[in-house]
Write a protein that binds this ligand. Structure first.
Ligand SMILES: [Fe+2]
Length: 341
C-alpha cells in the first residue's frame, strides 16, 4: 500500500516534469521534518533539476520501512536523528559506501562513518541542565562523571535508559572509562535520581524549573527551543534553567548528530550522492541545522541563531560517531543491570 502510494507520487511527479528531458529524481526517506525543510529541498531541485519525492516517518519507522521494502525499496537516501539509530540502520546493511571528496573535506572525520556509509549533517551536544538559582556550573558540577557523585542524591532528573540519546551518551562513557567504571557511573546516577526516569529532555528542564530536581541531562536544542518559544511558561523555564557543557577540562562534551547516507539499493545513486553533497553545502547547512536549533557540522558555516549562540562555545568530544552505535548493545545491558528504567 505504502509502496503503491510512493509510486503514485512518483508518477504524479513524472507528469509534472513531463517535457524536461532526462529529468532526474530522488527518493528521500526522512525521519526529520521541520519548517526549513521546504526551502532545503526546493533549493536542491532549483540547483540540480532533481525532483525530490519525500517520504516522512518517525525515526525508527522510516528505517523499518526501508528494511521491509528490501531490494525493491525505492529509497535513495535515508536521513534520521541520532548516531545510535543511524548505526542500527547501517548494522542492518541498509547503506552503501559513498566516496566523495566534498563530504570528506567538509565533514570532520569524527562525524563520518569511516567507510563513508553514513554522515552527520548537524550536531547537538548532550549537556547538563541546571537550576541557575542553586547550582554553579563548572564549580558544583563539571562533568558527566559528577552526575554520579553522592552529593547529588535525590537531585538528578534524567529520562529513560532505553532512550537513544542516553544510550549514545553511555556508549561514549564505555569508550572513555571502560565497562566497569561506566556501570558504576550508571548505578551512581540511578542512586541520585529525584524521580523514576520519565518524559523527554524538555520535561527534565521543566522539572528543574519546578524545583523537583537541581540538575538534569538534555540536548542543547530542547533548551534553545524553550528560549525561542513565545509561550510565557516556556520562557519561564528557559529563564530558570541553564545549560552547561560538561568535561571541558578533558575530553569535551558528548555530541550527537542528525544524518544519514545512501541506501544500498538506491535506484538513483548519482542523485543520492549529489544530495548528500548538497547537505554539506553552506546554504543547506543553514537550513538543516536551523530547523532544529542544531549546530552546523561544517565548521566554517556560521549560523544565525542568537538563542543557540547564547549557550556559548564549547569543546566537543572527538570520538567517532560510529562508537555511539557500536557500544549501544552493551550500553543497554549496563542500564538494565544498573536498574536505570
Ligand atoms: Fe530530539
Amino acid at each position: 500500500m505504502l509502496t503503491r502510494l510512493l509510486a503514485a507520487t512518483t508518477l504524479a511527479a513524472g507528469i509534472l516534469i513531463a517535457g524536461v528531458a532526462g529529468a532526474a529524481e530522488l527518493n528521500l526517506y526522512t525521519g526529520r521534518h521541520y519548517q526549513t525543510d521546504e526551502l532545503l529541498y526546493s533549493n536542491f531541485t532549483k540547483k540540480t533539476g532533481i525532483k525530490i519525492n519525500r517520504i516522512e516517518g518517525k525515526e525508527d519507522d522510516i528505517i523499518e520501512r526501508v528494511k521491509r521494502e528490501g531490494a525493491s525499496s525505492p529509497a535513495d537516501v535515508l536521513i534520521t536523528v541520532d548516531a545510535g539509530r543511524i548505526w542500527r540502520a547501517d548494522d542492518a546493511g541498509l547503506f552503501a559506501p559513498v566516496k566523495s571528496k566534498v563530504l570528506e573535506e567538509r565533514i570532520p572525520a569524527e562525524f563520518r562513518q569511516p567507510e563513508g556509509r553514513w554522515f552527520g549533517f548537524s550536531t547537538r551536544a548532550r549537556v547538563i541542565y541546571y537550576d541557575k538559582a542553586k547550582v554553579k556550573p563548572g564549580v558544583d558540577i563539571k562533568s558527566y562523571e559528577d552526575l554520579a557523585d553522592p552529593k547529588w542524591k535525590g537531585k538528578v532528573c534524567i529520562r529513560s535508559g532505553t532512550n537513544m540519546y542516553n544510550l549514545s551518551l553511555m556508549s561514549t562513557l564505555i569508550h572513555h572509562l571502560g565497562e566497569a567504571k561506566a556501570e558504576a557511573w550508571a548505578k551512581g546516577v540511578v542512586a541520585n535520581m529525584a524521580r523514576p526516569p520519565q518524559g523527554g529532555d524538555t520535561d527534565q528542564a521543566k522539572a528543574i524549573a519546578a524545583g523537583e530536581c537541581e540538575i538534569g541531562v538534555g540536548n542543547t536544542y530542547y533548551l534553545v527551543r524553550l528560549m525561542r518559544s513565545e509561550k510565557p511558561a516556556d520562557q519561564e523555564v528557559a529563564k530558570k534553567v541553564g545549560a552547561m557543557f560538561p568535561n571541558q577540562d578533558g575530553r569535551g562534551a558528548h555530541v550527537n548528530v542528525a544524518g544519514g547516507g545512501m541506501v544500498k539499493t538506491a535506484p538513483n545513486k548519482e542523485a543520492a550522492v549529489k544530495f548528500l553533497e548538497y547537505l554539506a553545502s553552506d546554504e543547506a547547512q543553514q537550513y538543516f541545522a536551523d530547523g532544529n536549533n542544531e549546530y552546523a557540522v561544517v565548521q566554517s558555516v556560521k549560523l544565525e541563531n542568537p538563542a543557540l549562540h547564547q549557550l556559548g562555545g564549547f569543546k566537543a568530544d572527538k570520538v567517532n560517531i560510529e562508537v555511539l552505535g557500536k557500544n549501544q548493545p552493551l550500553a543497554q545491558k549496563i542500564f538494565e543491570r544498573a536498574g536505570w528504567k
